[in-house]
Design a protein. Sequence first.
Length: 77
Amino acid sequence: MVLGGVIGFAIGISFSWAQGSSWPAMIWRSAAAALVAGILLRWWGRLWIKCLQESYLDRQAALKKQAASNPSNSTSK
């Protein structure tokens, strides 16, 4: 969320500066952009981690299924 806030603040400052806004307007716009970007990045990060966890669990289930269907033949000498 902090990274999103920093990115949003930088975007807000740069867009406000490109428009030629006053400093108080730049700060307000940057703060709003930081809030929105922080919330958006937190949501996206949680979604990304959830998808990674599901992928990991699916891979583990597939490996267990493969191991169960193809038991290794142990031969004693």
